[in-house]
Write a protein that binds this ligand. Structure first.
Ligand code: NAD
Length: 344
């Protein structure tokens, strides 16, 4: 038998992982043999894809009872670390959704567990696997249009209302919009440009005090970046991720809601849409969240499974990178709260 996989958390992201794993199982020798979710309707929905999988109410129960090659942790963010550490100590490789965890202590304990167990760990910093952002990194690395001068990025979302026990609206459980949504863009910037030299943060809050919008200006050497993550727009406004990158010889614009999603505008006044293709093209709305394009999730998960099958360390989004992005996001959250305090 091939790779035995477990899935813990079958809510919004768990559904996306489950559908991706199902698609991957048609090409690679893997099978989801165990599922866990404390809400039976979500567990049963996930089990439709894997009728023979053993079912558990709690993630910890699954880890204690099962012997698996790989476990996917798609739980609310505050539960990632304890489950991932237990899974590694039980001998399982782990795929952990982003943000890998929320506290400095959890970051340290995850790194220690990985070192002591020698397990492989990948973090769902999925933007690194989107065709549009892969293209951006490629033209940056190859200087196709000269050096990058500046980049504006946005991730605009209505409020996250679908979470189990409303965990998104509690800073201790989600880390606010900064660790939950904005972490995607700051992680990608770190991936492409390295650590920022400086940053300046502006923010707003919900009535109860939770940060719901962050705008950060960073300097990376000679490149500056302005990045917004917001949860506080009308639900009537569809989710959108976008960027505009200004290179010496052209401007590259990405708008997630448009087709083609990327356009290149050159200094000579011409423009074109680069041919970008996801490895797997499928729209599916059954996760019930703001994610419908399965392609990048399929790509990141397949990449990790390939690493496991060939005994290679993942380099696209390893634990060490997820931890560094959490550290930067935590600094930004603290600056965001200082700013809000000052403006009250
Ligand atoms: N990569 C992305 O694009 C992306 C998008 C959305 C969410 N996420 C991340 O995915 C993770 C999950 O988010 P979500 O939107 O799926 O949340 P969710 O609330 O929809 O799903 C979490 C699931 O975990 C279950 N659960 C809670 N505690 C449990 C336990 N102890 N044992 C078993 N099941 C338990 C809940 O019943 C729920 O079904 C978060 O870390 C979030 O930040 C990533």
């Amino acid at each position: 038998m091939g790779l035995k996989v477990g899935l813990i958390g079958c809510g919004g992201m768990g559904t996306t992982h489950n559908l991706s794993l199902k698609a991957i199982s048609t090409e690679m020798d893997i099978e989801v043999v165990a599922l866990a979710d404390c809400r039976s309707e979500f567990l049963e929905k996930a089990a439709v894809q894997w009728p023979h999988a053993r079912k558990y109410e709690y993630g910890m129960e699954l880890i204690e009872q099962e012997t698996l090659d790989l476990v996917h942790i798609c739980l609310p963010s505050y539960l990632h670390a304890q489950h991932a550490i237990a899974a590694m100590r039980k001998g399982m490789h782990t795929f952990i959704e982003k943000p890998v965890c929320l506290t400095e202590q959890d970051c340290k304990e995850l790194l220690r567990a990985k070192e002591e167990t020698g397990r492989k760990v990948m973090i769902g910093q999925v933007v690194r696997s989107f065709a549009e952002y892969r293209y951006l990194k490629q033209i940056y690395d190859e200087k196709t249009y000269g050096a990058l001068k500046s980049i504006m990025m946005q991730r605009v979302s209505g409020d996250a209302v679908w979470g189990f026990e409303d965990w998104f609206h509690d800073e201790k459980r989600s880390g606010s919009v900064v660790l939950d949504l904005h972490v995607h863009d700051l992680d990608f910037l770190r991936y492409m440009l390295g650590e920022p030299d400086s940053m300046d943060v502006r923010a707003t809050e919900f009535e109860g005090g939770l940060v719901n919008q962050v705008v950060t200006q960073y300097e990376f050497g000679k490149v500056f970046a302005i990045v917004e993550g917001v949860w506080d727009v009308s639900p009537a406004l569809p989710f959108e991720a976008s960027f505009r990158a200004c290179f010496e010889k052209g401007t590259v614009v990405f708008k997630g809601s448009q087709k083609p999603s990327v356009m290149v505008y050159l200094a000579d006044g011409t423009s074109f849409a680069p041919e970008l293709k996801e490895e797997y093209e499928k729209e599916d709305h059954s996760a019930g969240i703001n994610i419908s394009n399965l392609g990048p999730y399929y790509t990141e998960i397949k990449y990790f499974i390939d690493c496991l099958m060939h005994d290679k360390e993942p380099v696209i989004a390893p634990l060490e990178e997820g931890v560094k992005s959490v550290a930067l996001a935590r600094q930004e959250l603290s600056l965001a709260k200082e700013y809000i305090q000052k403006m009250r």
